[in-house]
Design a protein. Structure first.
Length: 735
């Protein structure tokens, strides 16, 4: 057959694309929408379709058909001219082939990237509906490879191209049968722009029996929300393509970095809208499957979740010959066995382990069988099952499983040799075993070998990054975290640790950018903001320092970092340039607000009030208002500093108290110079004299009990204190 296609390539390229599309859809029907059938597969076919050493699902049907598609679109794509039809078909093939493999394939990913780039450059030449279909297809390809930012952009553009305007809103209504009063219920407000032509309904509507929406049948919770104003909650008539776009909105929400009850409600609200108008098999299947995934975590809905999955498994295993593929590539339909696996996983969670094991064994999902036995603390039973399968026919995958059961390194060695040194899993499991034994340096070697075979293993990059971080190999750790963040950019801890590596390497600017990503992904973690604050301080990005400090205060409440505040105040006081070359005095007003916020939360820190005083005087022409406020602040600083028990006995604290007293004297002298009213001057100087005399007498009393003299630095400060006290007395006498 392939020779026939090769012969046609030069003459009838359009015919080749049409025939290959038909073959791909045939493969889809047999693996997604028809019952499984036992068939003998030639080893050469399996070898050809095993990409990057990643195992094909053993019960995948009609692999010869996929082989032909692969040979035309992947191995011999250069013989076909670049055109939109070929690029779309190639992406459809990539999605299907990738779902047949255990892990992500670099070969398929590279093929996808090339064709996505071509399509995005030429997408405007497509009709509106075709454009939406392509954007949804590309969005789900990005999702497969963890490219969530690109995925989100595709789904948002598809929504815009479709002319859909959607938003979440609240309406009064009831959710339970016993609810007496109406309370706010989350709903969706959907409208469609008039200038967007509606897709003909018949184009995507399925002729087959649609999956049944299993009822909740709960004695408390209603089947659907009952709104007070039913007309206000009515939705416009959506065509199946619009519904597929809404499933894209679900996928976009699903990957938000926070998980809470509001997000849970948003997800269910989107699915309720889609399920309200059943029209297309793939759309209905995906909406019900996704709802089951959400509801499995709630006590009141977990039973419906299980029954719904059972219904979906029956639907995709039915023997009817009706075409169920319309909008298949615009929705996240999983292979038939993945749907059954979801059911088995839920059964295992509910404690129905025998039923779950039966499904796993029938599907030849031996890894899940082993994990099931591990959960039952019957590890030896898992080993027995794997050895039985090896006796029937050994594979690298089975030897890896045996190694997991026995912790025997020789099993991983055997898997590596059997795969022709192409099994990334063998090296990954080998590395994980060494990691569990705290042999970090040896584990690094095996993780690197695994990544050489397949560089799209996000968990391996993360593990390698963490180990090298523990080993303080900063360069290697930074490189590993960079690779991981390229695959999964939504892990704030990875960005945080990458920034830590950059800090250790002295690359403060790169650390700052990494921390910005970490704060974007986890806006509520005060420790990340604290780290970001430290780095931006080193960089002189004082606007970011102030913003980060305010954020820490919002999240943590009382948080005093004197070192960072000292740098900030000094920069403003000396009007140093920030990281952009701007004078730092411009940040004075923001810094004053920060200190006002901070001193309200931490009113008893003398050093804090001292810095506040210095900040008020920074860049000031020492006008009366500034001096009066500074005097009030330094008085508080002095009061809280001398409240410390035995402050004179600790050199560091003693030095701080003397410095505060000296500044107090200077500020009051300057303030007195600006006044004309003698009584007021006398009062100000009297306050300063009393404070300084108290500090001086306390220190003199302490010095009489000492055998050895105080350090020269302390003596110099004490002498300066006496000089200022003398100046205050002289000025007061003259007044």
């Amino acid at each position: 057959i392939f020779k026939l296609f090769t012969h046609l390539l030069a003459e009838k390229e359009e015919e080749v694309i049409r025939q290959v599309r038909s073959l791909l859809l045939l493969f889809v029907r047999k693996n997604y929408f028809e019952p499984s059938k036992d068939e003998i597969v030639e080893p050469s076919v399996v070898t050809l379709l095993t990409l990057d050493g990643e195992r094909l699902y053993p019960s995948a049907a009609d692999l010869k058909t996929l082989k032909i598609v692969y040979e035309v679109l992947a191995e011999n794509s250069c013989n076909l001219q670049n055109c939109i039809e070929k690029a779309v078909l190639t992406l459809q093939y990539v999605r299907v082939h990738q779902q047949m493999l255990d892990e992500k394939s670099v070969i398929l990913h590279n093929l996808a990237v090339t064709n996505i780039d071509f399509l995005m450059k030429n997408i405007e030449s497509l009709e509106q509906n075709e454009k939406v279909e392509v954007l949804l297809l590309i969005g789900y390809i990005h999702k497969i490879y963890f490219e969530y930012v690109k995925e989100k952009a595709c789904f948002e553009r598809a929504e815009a191209e479709c002319g859909l305007l959607s938003s979440f809103t609240g309406q009064l209504g009831k959710r339970t049968y016993f609810q007496q009063s109406d309370i706010t219920q989350m709903t969706m407000c959907i409208s469609k722009l008039k200038h967007h032509k509606s897709t003909p309904k018949s184009e995507y509507v399925s002729d087959c029996r649609l999956p049944v929406n299993v009822m909740l049948n709960d004695d408390t919770r209603m089947e659907k929300k009952k709104l007070l104003d039913e007309k206000h909650g009515e939705l416009p008539r959506l065509n199946p393509l619009d519904q597929a776009v809404l499933l894209g909105l679900y996928a976009k929400l699903e990957h938000l970095h926070f998980k809470d009850d509001i997000l849970h409600e948003e997800l269910l609200t989107v699915l309720d809208v889609v399920l309200d108008q059943p029209q297309n098999f793939c759309v209905q299947l995906c909406a019900l499957m996704l709802r089951s995934n959400v509801e499995r975590h709630k006590t009141r809905t977990v039973e419906r979740s299980m029954m719904q999955l059972e219904e979906l498994v029956k639907c995709v295993s039915a023997s009817d010959k009706v075409d169920k593929t319309p909008l298949f590539f615009c929705t996240p339909v999983p292979p038939r066995w993945e749907l059954e696996r979801q059911l088995a996983n839920l059964l295992a969670e509910l404690g129905c382990l025998s039923s779950a094991l039966e499904i796993y064994q029938r599907l030849e999902m031996w890894e899940d069988v082993v994990n099931c036995y591990k959960g039952l603390e019957l590890r030896h039973k898992g080993e027995e099952v794997v050895r039985q399968q090896i006796a029937k026919g050994e594979t690298p995958h089975l030897w890896c499983l045996l190694g997991e059961c026995t912790d025997d390194v020789s099993c991983f060695e055997k898997a590596w040799e059997l795969s022709g040194q192409r099994s990334s899993r063998a090296q990954r499991n080998w590395g994980m075993l060494l990691y569990s034994q705290k042999k970090f340096e040896e584990a690094v070697v095996h993780f690197k070998l695994s990544l050489e075979v397949n560089s799209l293993q996000a968990p391996v990059w993360l593990r390698l990054a963490y180990i090298t971080l523990e080993l303080e190999s900063w360069e290697e750790s930074a490189a590993a975290y960079r690779h991981y963040c390229l695959i999964d950019s939504d892990n704030f801890e990875a960005w945080n640790n990458l920034a830590k590596c950059y800090v250790k390497l002295g690359q403060k600017a790169r650390a700052c950018k990494a921390f910005q990503e970490a704060t974007r992904l986890n806006y509520e973690n005060w420790k990340v903001w604290d780290n970001y604050m430290a780095v931006t301080t080193d960089l002189g990005a004082f606007d970011e320092v102030i913003f980060a400090y305010n954020r820490v205060l919002d999240l943590r409440g009382k948080h005093v970092d004197i070192e960072i505040l000292k740098v900030l105040v000094q920069a403003i006081d000396e009007n140093l340039e920030d990281n952009s070359g701007n004078p730092s005095i411009k940040y004075k007003s923001q810094a004053l607000k920060l200190f006002g916020h901070l001193t309200a939360q931490v009113p008893s820190n003398g050093q804090l009030w001292l810095l506040y005083c210095k900040l008020v005087l920074a860049g000031s022409d020492k006008n009366l208002d500034d001096l009066e406020k500074a005097a009030q602040l330094i008085q508080k600083s002095n009061r809280y500093s001398i409240q410390q028990i035995n402050w004179e006995r600790d050199s560091k604290t003693l030095k701080e108290v003397l410095e505060i007293a000296i500044i107090l004297g200077k500020v009051h002298l300057d303030w007195a110079e600006c006044l004309d009213i003698k009584a007021r001057i006398s009062q100000i100087l009297g306050t300063a004299k009393l404070a300084l005399k108290s500090t001086d007498s306390k220190l003199e009393q302490y010095k009489t009990s000492l055998i050895t003299p105080l350090p020269n630095e302390i003596e110099e400060l004490h002498l300066k204190l006496k000089e200022i006290l003398s100046a205050i007395v002289t000025k007061s006498t003259a007044t």
